[in-house]
Design a protein. Structure first.
Length: 156
């Protein structure tokens, strides 16, 4: 029986299948990580994110759920952190210079979610690209005063 075990160990050593020492195992993991393709994550347009990149990678879903609870369940729509702000900062522009939607593979969220084979449903309800600001006219003080006077006169 010992001879058979020794023969198995000899074959494993020759085939390179021998167990690695912890330092060698760590080195092998690091080498494999360097060779593995990683997602190409586009950089946001803002000065800085609400949290460090490592924290956002790990905890963004918890943050989104928390914000959902604050907004929907508590009715606080004046929160400083909003999904629309994330989408506006992290918008990726297509060849035409316009932000791409989640349907496009280069969308910011898809860069990691496709890589990790994670499906998300955020954009079934929310816009996946920044919405164009409506072209509204700006009133001057005189026009606003005239409008105020009109409204006061017309109300019973």
């Amino acid at each position: 029986m010992r001879a058979l075990a020794a023969l198995g160990l000899a074959i494993a050593l020759c085939a390179g299948l021998a167990p690695l020492a912890p330092a060698q195992a760590q080195q092998a993991k690091q080498e494999a990580a360097r060779r593995a393709p990683l997602p190409n994550v586009p950089r946001g347009e803002g000065e800085r994110c609400i949290a460090d990149a490592a924290i956002m990678r790990r905890d963004h879903m918890a943050m989104l759920k928390h914000q959902r609870d604050v907004t929907v369940h508590q009715g606080d729509r004046a929160a400083s952190v909003k999904l629309t702000a994330c989408i506006a900062c992290h918008a990726v522009r297509g060849a035409d210079g316009k932000p791409v939607s989640y349907a496009e593979p280069q969308h910011f969220c898809r860069s990691c979610h496709d890589y990790a084979a994670v499906s998300i449903d955020c954009f079934e309800c929310h816009a996946s690209k920044p919405e164009a600001k409506p072209n509204t006219a700006k009133a001057n003080d005189a026009e606003l005063a005239a409008l105020s006077d009109y409204l006061r006169r017309e109300q019973p």
